[in-house]
Write a protein that binds this ligand. Structure first.
Ligand SMILES: Cc1cc2nc3c(=O)[nH]c(=O)nc-3n(C[C@H](O)[C@H](O)[C@H](O)COP(=O)(O)OP(=O)(O)OC[C@H]3O[C@@H](n4cnc5c(N)ncnc54)[C@H](O)[C@@H]3O)c2cc1C
Length: 507
């Protein structure tokens, strides 16, 4: 990038600098600040633009917000619908049958999600600097020097770690020399938000090959993939007239659209960062993965990246991380990125081929077949688990099969506390269902582990003790039939929560 500015003399010290105040960067900032770290988010834009690409938060996203006690804020700002689209099939996925207290998708525009996440980050003390663009980085043995351009010219600052949450064209990824292999767009889709539309005509439209979603403020979103326009590169601007014509071609009406608020063209380019970590530099969210927005998974996946990385980075900086903990971020989240890339490519192909004349009939037949398969509860559960991300599991092959799965939010003890409440403050949660181990745990790891005794074991009746990670996944389990053995408990807890009573701060 050809930016030449004189650097200011100021050096800002931060444990972690995050590039990008999108949803991923904001949640990550909040997670790090919750752990007591000094966090600075640098955002290129001078202010929020208020446009929303994503419209929904899926069940696992609501669950992770619940793990921090903030889901209610989001639920109060949106409304729930029982399921969401898959491959544009007319039969939607049904999330209500999934094993969760949040079996729905929350209709909440991205701009509002970001506003709520920013409030949370600021409450916890995160410093967010708008109008600050990161332009380069240099890693040294014990830190990262970040160079950027702000309202007053160039600046530089030094941090222990830098996380690129700066979207699909990530400067951090490029500067760190991390490859972004994948495929370019083969088709494009148009998006338009319009202030005025014929609501009666929309209500009467029935099955049309256009996604129509009412938004706040009387705005309605239309998403159109038009056979005659789908080979136009995503970088080419959309005009109002083009959008109107495409609607008329596909549906016979323009629905009275007027006053465009936002017109955009997006494609099905699919790429994954070859590594989510290069030394002291990490990638999360769209900086690590881009794909067609089928099923509404991008923002949701970024939130889970943030939730997975936050506590691990905090553990490393605070000095108690067990060896290799930071590398589990790539090991766990890269395969999840691959899953999303694969399922969105499959969905995009089904959409694309429907619009190619030679394939139209067989693909319509294939879609009909898939619709009928979705009537089978097992098929719905499998795909809904994938898209909702409730199926997310971080398996550890040699361990108990429960290890790596998400811990259900069941009541604990007699207090009515749930599992999620136990980890609200970002600690591990340890539940002793049999009353054999809690005292020892309370002594050894009380700065890192919140303890509860007794609770509902409906999800796994023979569990004696369980250690839940700060991101809600199970780290360690003892089955009731295995003897309570202090040495194996200590080994299990140390493997994730570090050595007991080691609280020295290392930077
Ligand atoms: C049409 C469309 C519909 C979508 N619908 C859904 C949906 O329904 N559900 C869903 O989950 N996802 C959806 N997505 C995807 C979702 O919008 C993205 O996955 C999400 O915004 C990614 O969040 P992020 O924080 O990782 O990146 P971004 O939201 O891209 O944020 C990156 C931030 O970094 C800033 N930045 C960039 N470069 C720099 C720099 N050098 N220095 C400082 N700051 C920088 C940018 O200004 C930006 O604010 C959709 C996407 C599209 C295109």
């Amino acid at each position: 990038m050809n930016v030449v500015h004189k650097l200011e003399e100021t050096t800002v010290d931060a444990d972690v600098v995050i590039s990008g105040a999108g949803p991923t960067g904001l949640l990550l900032g909040a997670e790090l600040a919750l752990a007591g770290l000094r966090v600075r988010i640098l955002e290129r834009q001078e202010a929020r633009h208020g446009q929303s690409r994503a419209l929904t938060l899926h069940p696992r996203s609501i669950e992770i917000l619940e793990l921090r006690g903030i889901a209610d804020r989001f639920l109060a700002a949106g409304h729930t619908v029982p399921g969401w689209h898959f491959a544009g099939l007319s039969r939607k996925l049904d999330f209500s049958v999934l094993d969760t207290r949040h079996g729905y998708t929350l209709f909440l525009e991205q701009a509002r999600t970001e506003r709520l996440l920013e409030d949370r980050a600021r409450e916890l003390g995160v410093e967010i600097s708008y109008g600050h663009e990161v332009v380069s980085l240099t890693q040294t043995g014990d830190g990262v020097d970040v160079v950027g351009v702000g309202p007053d010219g160039g600046f530089s600052l030094r941090a222990a770690y830098l996380v690129g949450c700066d979207g699909g064209r990530s400067m951090v990824r490029e500067s760190a020399g991390i490859g972004f292999p994948g495929s370019d767009s083969t088709m494009s889709t148009m998006l338009g938000d319009f202030a005025v539309s014929d609501k009666e005509e929309i209500a009467a439209a029935g099955q049309v090959p256009v996604l129509i979603a009412p938004m706040t403020g009387g705005v309605t979103r239309f998403v159109v993939t038009s056979p005659g326009r789908m080979r136009i590169p995503p970088s080419e601007p959309v005009t109002f007239e083009e959008f109107r014509e495409a609607l008329v071609e596909l549906t016979g009406t323009s629905f009275g659209i007027a006053e465009p608020q936002w017109l955009s063209r997006f494609g099905n380019a699919t790429r994954l960062a070859e590594t989510y970590r290069a030394g002291r530099v990490f990638l999360a969210g769209d900086a690590a993965h881009i794909h067609f927005p089928a099923g509404g998974q991008g923002l949701n996946t970024g939130l889970q990246d943030a939730m997975n990385l936050g506590w691990k980075l905090a553990a490393e900086i605070k000095g108690w991380a067990p060896p290799g903990l930071l590398d589990t971020y790539h090991a766990e989240r890269f395969p999840m990125g691959e899953l999303v890339a694969d399922n969105t490519q499959a969905q995009a192909l089904l959409l694309e081929l429907t619009l190619v004349p030679d394939y139209r009939r067989p693909v319509i037949a294939l879609r009909g077949l898939l619709e009928s398969l979705l009537d089978l509860p097992e098929v719905n559960a499998r795909l809904a688990g994938l898209v909702s991300a409730l199926a997310t599991s971080y398996p550890a092959p040699d361990d108990d099969p429960l290890v790596g799965t998400r811990m259900p939010d069941l009541p604990l003890g007699s207090s009515g506390t749930g599992v999620s409440k136990l980890v609200h403050s970002g600690l591990f949660g340890y539940v002793d269902f049999t009353g054999d181990g809690a005292a020892q745990v309370a002594e050894g790891w009380k700065d890192r582990i919140a303890v509860a005794t007794g609770g509902d074991r409906a999800w796994a009746e023979d569990v004696g003790e369980v250690l839940v990670r700060p991101d809600g996944h199970i780290a360690w389990v003892r089955r009731e039939n295995d003897l309570p053995d202090a040495a194996s408990r200590e080994a299990g807890l140390t493997a994730w929560a570090g050595t007991p009573d080691r609280t020295a701060v290392r930077r």
